[in-house]
Design a protein around this ligand. Structure first.
Ligand code: URA
Length: 189
């Protein structure tokens, strides 16, 4: 465990913990305000993220930014965004359980330093890893649970919304519910 952000980030950037390190262009550590009280967790970098070294910068990232802006959230101001795995899985396949296992310590350390009051999982992979291995994202998105004083919710992955725009309404409702939760908890954004 690293007790400060800079040490954590530089150790993470040097990671060779699994095979994904061999094929990465850039490690994608995360983006946002390290004092934010709201942490968004995605699955892993895609092609654009690998090229730029920042999470959610492709088409799904643009959609995410729109949903965030609708509830006055901004990746550079009042939230932090990180992924379960920090390096791109080849051909955008799901990260393997052993890759997740190797990498999750970085996210745990990020979470320990941030001490978020709210965790939002983007998509099934993050939701099953963080909230409940049996979570059914299509049925259970938008549902809140509290664990050790941290409120957690999963929403649909923005890439799933691009594939099937009929899901957008439900996902947007999750963001409105997030806005309500921020108010309810008195989090300053
Ligand atoms: N999808 C994710 O889950 N994370 C990213 O950073 C980009 C796309």
């Amino acid at each position: 465990m690293y007790d400060n952000w800079e040490a954590l980030e530089s150790a993470c950037r040097a990671c060779q913990g699994c095979d994904l390190a061999q094929s990465r262009t850039n490690l994608v550590f995360g983006v946002g305000n390290p004092n934010a009280k709201i942490l968004f967790i995605g699955e892993g970098p895609g092609e654009q993220e690998d090229l730029k070294g920042e999470p959610f910068v492709g088409r799904s990232g643009q959609l995410l930014d729109k949903y965030l802006a609708a509830i006055d959230l901004d990746r550079h101001k009042n939230i932090y965004i990180a992924n379960i795995v920090k390096c791109r899985p080849p051909h955008n396949r799901d990260p393997l359980p052993e890759e997740q296992e190797h990498c999750i310590g970085w996210l745990r350390n990020q979470t320990a330093l941030l001490r978020p009051k709210i965790l939002v999982c983007l998509g099934r992979i993050a939701a099953q890893r963080i909230i409940d291995p049996k979570l059914r994202i299509t049925r259970e998105h938008g549902q809140w649970s509290e664990y050790h004083g941290v409120w957690r919710m999963a929403t649909l992955h923005p890439a799933a919304l691009l594939r099937d725009p009929r899901k957008k309404e439900g996902a947007f409702a999750d963001f409105l519910s997030l806005r309500d939760k921020i108010q309810e908890l008195g989090i300053e954004i």
